[in-house]
Structures are given as structure tokens and as C-alpha cells.
Design a protein around this ligand. Sequence first.
Ligand code: CDP
Ligand code: CDP
Length: 227
Amino acid sequence: MSIKKIAIAIDGPAGAGKSSISKVVANKLHYLYIDTGAMYRAVTWAVLHEHLDVHNQKAVERLLKTLDLAMEATETGCKVYIRGEDVTEFLRQPKINDNVSIIASYKGVRQYLVERQQAMAEVGGVILDGRDIGSVVLPKAELKIYLTASVEARAKRRWLEVQGTPNELPLEAIQRSVTERDEMDKNRKESPLVQVAEAILVDSSDMTFDETVTHILSLVEERVNCE
Ligand code: CDP
Ligand code: CDP
């Protein structure tokens, strides 16, 4: 008997553990994982690379037509290509963090990316993580999770991640950047970050990485058994 494959939507604020947890859960379940944040980051990279004004919505939306953005799911996560160039390694830079929420607030950008995300998810057996997955991208997802943690826990995790890398910043600066991005993502007009009514809240503030994975796998199992 084949086990039913469902669509899983994971939304939540920055640093909650969405991408890292989704990647592990997808590998364990043999699901396709799509990091939608990486797509918004890639558009932001292109805008900065072309020296466009991030506040010029028209110019940003015009650029979309020339991007040829493509995603590739690998064992280690998602790779993003712009005009055939793998830009994945540039996507976690502080300048991308500082500008991505502005770019993600533009309707044209969201339409362009949501269309691609929905097309990729059609295969079934997918986990998508982002801000609007349960509300806009996969409103019919069988399992919706709102993964969060205290801002202190999330900033500390991000700080630990960048130690010894070129993206290293003091903890206070990271907490400020995470808070600002959350505010923008929650308060924008187009598809703001929300916990939809049917989403299960998972607060990972006091959970280890492995505990969070185990908990989410148990939620998937429960849901699959109900189908
Ligand atoms: O990894 P982190 O949570 O810091 O960010 P991300 O998931 O890579 O997303 C980067 C930014 O893209 C977010 O702060 C949002 O502004 C935007 N985003 C969005 O608007 N909708 C999504 N589905 C995913 C990301
Ligand atoms: O995608 P999102 O911004 O929600 O977060 P992430 O990039 O997946 O996770 C941020 C960091 O938190 C990663 O280094 C994870 O390993 C870590 N993490 C953790 O320490 N404990 C958890 N319970 C969940 C994630």
C-alpha cells in the first residue's frame, strides 16, 4: 500500500527554524522541499546586482521579466538560479536581509514567485516554507504549521549561524534586523505573515532542533493517518 503524500505549509517569522527543519523533514519523508524565502532573496540579489533603487517598485517589477528565475531541489536544500547563474551562496548576506522585505512587499514580485511556487508544488508530497504558504500559495495544504520562537531565541540562532563567516554581526544588530523584518512582513498590504486559523502553532523557543523535527514528523503522521 502506498502512503498518501500530502502538502505541508510551514510559515513563521525569521529564524524560527522553518528552512532547516523543513529540509530534514522533507529528506526523511522523501518529499520535495521548496524554500520560498530563497526566491524572494534571489530577486533582491538581482535588484542590488543591477544597482536598481529598491524603492522603485516599477523598475523592480520590470526586472522580473528578464530574470529567468529557476529553482533546483538538492539533498542539501534549494539552489536558485538567475539567468542560469547559481546565486545561492549570495542570498544570506546582510544587505539582502536588509532589503528583502521591501522587495517582498511588491504585488508584482509576489505574483511572479507565487505562480512558480504553485507550479513546483503540483507534483504533491511537498513542503513549502515562507510567510504566505498556508494563506496564499497552498490554501488547500493538508497540514499547516505556524513555526515560531521568541525573538531572543531566533536572533541567537542566527548569530550562532554567522559566527566565523563573512556575514558575522553583533547579536544586537541581528536582533534588530530580525525584528524589523518581522514587522514589515506582518504589516505589509500584500500577503502579510499571519497564522491562519487552521495552522498548528509550534513554539520552538525551548525545543532543540531534533525535538522540533520529531514533533513536526509526528504532526505529519497524525495528518496522513487521518486522510
Ligand atoms: O530565513 P528567514 O526566515 O530569515 O527568511 P526567508 O524565509 O529566507 O525569507 C526572506 C524574506 O522573504 C522574508 O523576510 C519575507 O520578507 C520574504 N518572504 C515572503 O514574503 N514570503 C515568503 N513566502 C517567503 C519569504
Ligand atoms: O527558516 P527560518 O528563518 O525560520 O530558520 P532556519 O534558518 O531554519 O533556522 C535558524 C537556525 O535555528 C538554524 O541554524 C537552526 O539549526 C536553528 N534551530 C535551532 O537551533 N533550534 C530549533 N529548535 C530550530 C532551529
